[in-house]
Write a protein that binds this ligand. Structure first.
Ligand code: CDP
Ligand code: MG
Length: 676
């Protein structure tokens, strides 16, 4: 490999202009200096006088951290908790930590958080940062969200499916709690405590939110944005990771101190760039500033996330590699340079016509609105620079803003949740209506899982499925284990599938060595039983070995300890849910893989494929030809029928998490076979 200096330099187009200074000191001083602090009194008055407020403001102006504290201090939340929703769990946990520090308390006391599989709250909690999905889940047990007095819907511009779901439901909840005619919200119509709603957004799309809430009042926080000089590449770049690497070292060798934030689409690119930057940085001349690299993505463990907020050591340049999470959800101090690859990952439902019928993450071009947010991250504390790894023409032809998730993602889980609330997807007033095809597809999935009957009514099984904090198909698998007496094994496997990373490390050029190392977990039926064996072996090792012994064992067997630790936490939650449903999670049939796989077939009816005479696999429901992923232990195997956890869409459609099952298992579970 060549040294970064010898690599071809990227040529940049024209540039922008100048800016002013800033000052930072202790936490309280910092709070007072935030742009939002100037409008504190007015803001409290407006929230007190109005039921619904739409609050817009530049990222970093203090909306997310300060507004809940202002509401708390004003006494408006004396009748209930203040919830602040976040589309991303990392944001919720890191914000709770920050606000707890500002209040001088430990997280979990006055200030807490609640995200899927993790919670730090107590009876004293008054400000609670929650993932939008958690609050949707709370609706199922408390349809009026009566524990809350103020609900702050943050990052509303992201338009995630769950945030849209909340926005729609909050409107009717507020009418019920406050009484439809009580515009000012000062008097409760019944003995219910009134609800206040604050919608916060980082982009200027207030009109739509305001119209939805009967022309609610819109407030603007003027940010303190310094100028950012923007450069575009002169020609388009084919390899954005390599272009980012070269740009980083150009900045590092040519530009004055200041941290660098690089936007990449996902974890794989982040990990690969992390490695290359470290490799090149080691070869830098002694006298040059050193480099610390900090990755940031949704599934990063909290201890590692904390590093991005810690001050950069002297004579060092921090380089943060982040997904679009750093666009608006979290503010990282010290950034002076932004490198924008122009790419992001977007969840999209691939319709059956295109051979899909499932949600998948696709890497795609960002929108103009994202590009502007990304550039803005360089101008928080002083004038900054943004290097866009795409041409100015490419910027000009970007879409203005992203399509809301409700228009492009699977609606299965939301539909089930609405059914539990006694609502129908077709009848709910959303800001944007979902596609008819997506609704139909969700109905069909729920019917295949026996969550709905032929008349589209919720079944008792469907209601139980909604109690689990996992996708309906995974809940179906767990519930099927009641019939087969193997809850313990099934829950272990589902916990692994629900973890944010794969238990098995997959390095494409070491697949033979890996297969060898893992031989002892290998189960002939496929990946599900193999995962179970791996988890059980890990648990044996965990009881006998210390930390470094465990680590070494995981390294030798090419498994991810982090996944196991996470899965064991998830398992606790799933067992708790079983307990609440009166289901015994202790039932076990350790050596009966047939019983275990039958449970998986019940949930994976739609995620299955049959072998064709030509040796390919074709989806049983849907049209796509699928291949078994090279990382699967069944890769290259020809078996009559497979079930899989997910499809990944690259050059081909690959099935991941694959098991071989007898075709006869399917006839026992599909509702169609029961009825026709
Ligand atoms: O929500 P908004 O983007 O308007 O701002 P915020 O998240 O409330 O952040 C306000 C300020 O708090 C940021 O500029 C950061 O300096 C600081 N902050 C921090 O240092 N660490 C965090 N985890 C969150 C915020
Ligand atoms: Mg914010």
């Amino acid at each position: 490999m060549t040294s970064p200096r010898k690599k071809a330099r990227i040529h940049w187009g024209e540039e922008g202009s100048s800016g002013k200074q800033k000052g930072v000191s202790a936490l309280q001083k910092q709070r007072e200096q935030l742009p939002i602090a100037k409008g504190k009194e007015a803001l409290i008055r407006e929230i007190s006088d109005n039921n619904v407020i739409i609050l817009l403001g530049e990222t970093g102006s203090g909306k997310t951290t300060q507004v809940p504290q202002y509401i708390l201090e004003s006494g408006m939340a004396d009748t209930g908790i203040i919830a602040v929703t976040q589309p991303r769990r990392v944001a919720a946990t890191s914000l709770a930590a920050r606000v707890a520090a500002e209040q001088g308390v430990a997280v979990g006391g006055l200030v807490g958080y609640s995200v899927r599989f993790d919670e730090a709250c107590s009876a004293n909690t008054r400000i609670k940062y929650v993932s939008d999905g958690m609050l949707v889940r709370e609706l199922l047990s408390d349809p009026l969200l009566s524990r809350y007095s103020v609900i702050v819907v943050d990052e509303a511009h992201e338009r995630t499916l769950r945030t849209d779901f909340l926005i729609a439901n909050l409107k009717t909840i507020q009418e019920k709690r406050n009484g439809a005619n009580d515009v000012k919200g000062k008097r409760a119509a019944s003995n219910l405590n009134p609800l206040k709603i604050v919608i916060m957004s980082a982009t200027l799309d207030a009109e739509k939110f305001s119209r939805f809430y009967n022309h609610a009042r819109v407030l603007y926080v003027k940010g303190r944005q310094h100028s950012v000089q923007i450069y575009h590449t002169a020609v388009s770049q084919t390899d954005y990771v390599d272009a980012a690497l070269r740009t980083f070292f150009q900045i590092h060798t040519d530009k004055p101190p200041g941290d660098v934030l690089i936007f990449l689409p996902g974890q794989e690119d982040i990990e690969s760039l992390d490695k290359s930057i470290k490799l090149y940085a080691r070869r830098l001349p002694e006298e040059r500033m050193s480099v610390v690299v900090c990755p940031m993505y949704a599934s990063l463990p909290p201890t590692q996330q904390a590093r991005i907020f810690s001050p950069t050591p002297p004579n060092t340049r921090k380089c943060i590699l982040s997904t679009n999470i750093a666009e608006t959800s979290i503010t990282i101090p010290g950034i002076r340079y932004v490198i924008d690859t122009g790419k992001c990952k977007e969840k999209r439902y691939l319709s059956k016509d295109t051979g899909g019928g499932f949600d998948t993450l696709l890497t795609r071009d960002i929108t103009k609105s994202s590009a502007m947010q990304r550039a803005g991250r360089a101008g928080r504390e002083g004038p900054g620079f943004c290097f866009r790894l795409y041409t100015e023409d490419a910027f000009t032809s970007m879409a203005l803003s992203a399509e809301p998730e409700i228009r492009r993602c699977s609606l299965t889980q939301s539909l089930l949740q609405l059914k539990c609330l006694g609502q129908d997807l077709e009848a709910v007033e959303f800001m944007d209506r979902p596609n008819v095809e997506a609704i139909y597809s969700a109905l069909k999935t729920l019917w295949l899982l026996s969550a709905l009957d032929n008349a589209k009514n919720l079944t008792p099984l469907g209601r139980q499925m909604a109690s689990f904090p996992v996708e309906p198909y995974l809940a179906r698998i767990i519930l099927a284990s009641r019939e087969h007496g193997c809850a313990s094994e099934v829950i272990d496997i589902v916990s692994l599938i629900s973890s944010s990373s794969n238990p098995f490390v997959d390095i494409s050029d070491q697949r033979d060595a890996i297969a060898d190392a893992r031989r002892k977990f290998r189960h002939p039926s496929g990946d599900h039983m193999t995962m179970l064996n791996a988890l059980r072996s890990y648990q044996d090792v965990a009881t006998t070995e210390n930390k470094s012994g465990r680590k070494e064992w995981c390294r030798q067997h090419f498994v991810n300890e982090r996944t196991f630790v996470e899965a064991l936490k998830i398992r606790d939650q799933l067992r708790l849910t079983c307990g609440r449903l009166g289901m015994d999670w202790r039932t076990t049939r350790a050596d009966n893989d047939e019983a275990i796989l039958r449970c998986f077939v019940a949930g994976l009816v739609q995620q299955s494929a049959f072998l064709q005479p030509d040796g390919s696999y074709k989806q049983t429901i849907g049209q796509a030809a699928v291949k078994i992923h090279p990382g699967s232990i069944l890769c290259e195997k020809k078996v009559p029928a497979i079930i899989y956890d997910e499809l990944v869409y690259t050059s081909q459609i690959y099935a991941r998490g694959v098991s071989s099952v007898p075709k006869s298992f399917f006839t026992a579970v599909t509702p169609s076979s029961k009825q026709s």
